[in-house]
Design a protein around this ligand. Structure first.
Ligand SMILES: NC(=O)c1ccc[n+]([C@@H]2O[C@H](COP(=O)([O-])OP(=O)(O)OC[C@H]3O[C@@H](n4cnc5c(N)ncnc54)[C@H](O)[C@@H]3O)[C@@H](O)[C@H]2O)c1
Length: 350
């Protein structure tokens, strides 16, 4: 069933309308320590004032079994039933963990996502993946469980750090590349640091529609959904390398750099047009700078790509594009080609 998504900058009214037509015995709102302070007071929802708040510590470290157990505990102690509804108000950490809590409590209760970061709006809150980190591994435990409704707004982004906004925007660039030439031009022409919530909301709607279309065709990631991995084979490796060097970069920055390398590979192997590659690389250099790698880093990067959890049989596997809007899945990349693509990426971005 398609996930219901509402795009609005009147979130409180949308929540009240949605809850008025929902048969629900009790309401819970999960937020983190930042969103409970910076977003909840701005929601202006009459129904939400009657909800039991569950506030969890902000930060990725909270996305684990202990916080999940705390949420289950509160739901249980407060008498939540299978007809209760959970509203997750936060970034991807809250929507992943809150979704997981709701998906597992009494074998699953309904939940609504109100994403408050650009990354969660364009990616985490939509598409039905919930989960927590476990045993030192990201998203090791989780469930496919779509929110019954996602309410997307850009009006809470004014308190987000600029880096967070740019990081989320990289996923919009990815969606635009998967969508086609017009979507790509629209996203390249927007200034991600700008203050145009209504324009951004329009772009978000087009961007989320790309993910939704792909997820509807492949909800449990058996095939087509791997198109969404564009930029991520190289991006994850750059993100892990930055952690190893003790200089962590935001996820979206690594994805933006990864998009450039994978567009270079697309050009080398599938004749992806050079004009689109130049446009992308110029945008990424302007907004995300450089990964600052040298050729000494290549063996580690290749090793990380071989061990990417989405790679098959230890090969380096990338989603590439033959042109904007035309992804080609499961390209096995030879080490020499990856070295060349990383060299060209550095020429573009350094
Ligand atoms: N389920 C999926 O398909 C999917 C996809 C992509 C990412 N994710 C997950 O999403 C998480 C990352 O999401 P994220 O980047 O949103 O991180 P996050 O939820 O940790 O939010 C980042 C920071 O911004 C703060 N914040 C949130 N909204 C704010 C606002 N409006 N104003 C001020 N501060 C605000 C948070 O408190 C936090 O400190 C990761 O755990 C990742 O695994 C999941």
């Amino acid at each position: 069933m398609p996930q219901r998504i509402t795009y609005t900058n009147q979130v409180g009214a949308a929540l009240d309308r949605m809850l008025a037509s929902t048969d629900c015995t009790s309401l819970f709102v999960i937020a983190d320590t930042n969103t409970s302070r910076q977003v909840l007071p701005r929601l202006h929802s009459v129904r939400l004032r009657q909800a039991t708040p569950i506030v969890i510590p902000a930060g990725e470290e909270s996305k684990g079994i202990n916080t999940l157990a705390d949420v289950w505990q509160t739901l249980s102690d407060s008498g939540a039933t299978r007809r209760s509804v959970v509203i997750n108000v936060g970034g991807g950490m809250v929507t992943d963990l809150g979704g997981m809590a709701a998906a597992t409590f009494k074998r699953g209760i309904r939940f609504v996502n109100v994403p408050t970061t650009l990354l969660s709006a364009v990616d985490a809150a939509v598409g039905g993946k919930t989960g927590i980190n476990f045993n030192g591994l990201k998203n090791e435990i989780g469930a496919f469980a779509p929110a019954c409704e996602v309410i997307i707004s850009t009006c809470f982004f004014d308190t987000l750090a600029r880096q967070e906004l740019r990081s989320g925007y990289a996923e919009m660039v990815k969606h635009a590349m998967l969508n086609g030439a017009q979507a790509f031009a629209d996203v390249m022409n927007y200034e991600p640091d700008g203050d145009e919530p209504n324009h951004l909301l329009q772009l978000l709607e087009a961007s989320v529609a790309v993910k939704q279309r792909i997820v509807e065709q492949d909800p449990t990631e058996q095939g087509l959904r791997r198109a969404l991995n564009l930029g991520h084979t190289v991006g994850h490796a750059l993100e892990s390398l930055s952690l190893q060097h003790g200089r962590p970069v935001p996820h979206g920055y690594a994805v933006a750099w990864g998009l450039v390398t994978e567009a270079v590979l697309s050009h080398m192997l599938l004749q992806f047009p050079s004009t689109d590659l130049h446009r992308l690389a110029t945008f990424v250099r302007q907004h995300y700078g450089t990964p600052g790698i040298t050729c000494d880093d290549y063996p580690t990067l290749l090793h990380l790509m071989h061990h990417d959890k989405k790679s098959r049989q230890g090969e380096v596997n990338c989603t590439l594009l033959c042109q904007l809007g035309n992804p080609v899945l499961d390209n096995v990349i030879a080490p020499d080609d990856m070295h060349t693509a990383l060299d060209i990426t550095r020429d573009y971005l350094d």
